[in-house]
Design a binder for this molecule. Structure first.
Ligand code: AMP
Length: 222
């Protein structure tokens, strides 16, 4: 067994998985693996995989497991993943969760923890409809509680790299509602599965970013 550490962040869309995964990955010095970011990059690059994935993503549906496992396995082969990784948006259903726990990469790990960032659906809709992101450096903002500092010609721009911020294609109210339905049907059952494996922890996502992060780090360091 290696000293590999695996951290999985679970939660409804908009709970703050991406923000927290970035913070946790910096603190633990592990790569942040977001299957959503990898898929969005493939769409932006216009690859065949991106085209296939986009058919599901823009409706808020899950991308088929084979596509997700292809990109994930490829990512895990990189040397930076050897010490472990922080997973954000993966696994998304019970099949992915089961198959993931069977990977040699995971079986060799000395620690696997899944943390649920819990948030009610009303708050999810409010947060996601106000979310904006930078298509260049992937920094995520929220017009309610994490507003960018500058606007140019009426458009918000990224504090870090100055790129015009955009709304994710799937952050429209109807798509958000569908993503929540998909979460309840496909992703929430993972909670029960991870609970039975005794690797499940939970934090309250309805707090400020720092407070959520502190709770997560406390749980991971226990
Ligand atoms: P996210 O950035 O994690 O909110 O993911 C955005 C979208 O990408 C989701 O609504 C799905 O369409 C797709 N996606 C991301 N990760 C997965 C996954 N593990 N399995 C299936 N679809 C995914």
């Amino acid at each position: 067994m290696s000293s590999r550490k695996i951290v999985i962040l679970l939660g409804p869309p908009g709970a703050g998985k991406g923000t927290q995964a970035k913070m946790v990955s910096e603190k633990l010095e592990l790569p942040h693996i977001s299957t959503g970011d990898i898929l969005r990059n493939a769409i932006d690059a216009g690859t065949e995989l991106g085209k296939k994935a986009n058919k599901f993503m823009h409706k808020g549906e899950l991308v088929p497991d084979e596509i997700v496992f292809d990109i994930l396995k490829q990512r895990l082969q990189s040397a930076d993943c050897y010490p472990g990784a922080v997973f954000d948006g993966f696994p998304r259903n019970k099949t992915q969760a089961k198959e993931f726990l069977e990977l040699t990469y995971v079986n060799e790990a000395s620690s696997i923890k899944a943390v649920l960032i819990d948030l009610d659906h009303e708050e999810v809709v409010k947060r996601l409809s106000n979310r904006r992101y930078c298509p260049n450096c992937n920094t995520v903002y929220n017009l309610i509680n994490k507003k960018p500092d500058k606007k140019i010609d009426g458009d918000y721009i990224c504090d870090k790299c100055g790129t015009k911020l955009i709304k994710r294609d799937d952050d429209k109210v109807d798509t958000i509602k569908n993503r929540l339905r998909v979460y309840e049907k496909s992703t929430a059952p993972i909670i029960d599965f991870f609970q039975k494996k005794s690797i499940f922890l939970t934090v309250d996502g309805d707090q400020n970013v720092q407070a959520v992060n502190q709770q997560i780090m406390e749980l991971l360091n226990k």
